[in-house]
Design a protein around this ligand. Structure first.
Ligand code: ATP
Length: 240
């Protein structure tokens, strides 16, 4: 059962010179939902995440989280409010252990070393990576790195996580393992917004799709229905 809106985005825009990376985008996400964001390369998906977590300031528009505006907050402040995020390219400290890498994520929300370490260990357990906690990040497989990246976001205790292509570079077995972990998040009280190109993985995971194209919100709705819409088919297949 989905709850009240946890995130409300209204008229959000970001331009770089003449490029409208994100253009007048409005949508909301309900607590407990898994929302997929799809769209061709350059559609504005990552820029949208950068706007939501405060890495980039909007040219126009607003973001409300749990009913409160996030205007002017920096990424650390937004993280402390409860929005976590992973990145398309995992940047790990290769000689530090997986646990230490996750502790770095936990520090934003936890004041002491002890609390941050406990949160990191809990997050590593949530993603099934406890057995690799002591391994240097540089020795982890792709799948383990993706799980570590997810744990880093979870260690700050988010109620909403933004996952930017968490399956990139993974084969089908690893993809299924990652998806299985993502699917557990709503039952832990964590709402999910996920950017992902792998359509088979998304179809079995998300409650709803947002489709971005050229910075604009093309359409939204249940996965099977959205993929049949002519505008979506054209955005994916009708050009190039
Ligand atoms: P992909 O699927 O390839 O990751 P995307 O949907 O995430 O693409 P964005 O990376 O958000 O798309 O880019 C949207 C548009 O904004 C692109 O045209 C991109 O070149 C432009 N853009 C993004 N960031 C910047 C920036 N810092 N400076 C200038 N242009 C930018």
């Amino acid at each position: 059962p989905l709850g009240a809106p946890i995130l409300e985005v209204e008229g959000l825009s970001k331009s770089y010179g003449g490029v409208h990376a994100v253009s007048d985008v409005s949508f909301s996400v309900r607590a407990g939902e898994i929302l997929g964001i799809i769209g061709p390369n350059g559609a504005g998906k990552t820029t949208l995440f950068n706007l939501l977590n405060g890495l980039v300031q909007p040219s126009q528009g607003s973001v409300r989280y749990e009913g409160q505006s996030l205007a002017g907050l920096r990424p650390s402040g937004i993280c402390r409010r409860g929005i976590g995020r992973t990145f398309q390219v995992v940047r790990a400290f290769p000689r530090m252990s997986a646990r230490e890498n996750v502790v770095v994520g936990a520090f934003v929300a936890h004041g002491t070393d002890d609390a941050a370490t406990r949160a990191a260990d809990a997050a590593l357990a949530q993603v099934g990576l406890s057995h690799r906690a002591g391994a240097a990040a540089g020795t982890l497989t792709n799948r383990e790195l993706r799980l570590m990246e997810l744990a880093r976001a979870l260690a700050a205790g988010p109620k909403l996580v933004l996952l930017d292509e968490p399956l990139a570079g993974l084969g089908s077995t690893d993809t299924e393992a990652l998806i299985a972990v993502v699917r557990t998040l709503p039952s832990l009280g964590i709402t999910v917004v996920i950017i992902e190109h792998s359509m088979p993985a998304m179809l079995g995971l998300v409650d709803r799709f947002l489709v971005l194209d050229n910075g604009r919100l093309l359409t939204e709705g249940p996965p099977q229905e959205v993929l049949r819409r002519p505008a979506v088919v054209e955005a994916y297949l009708g050009r190039k």
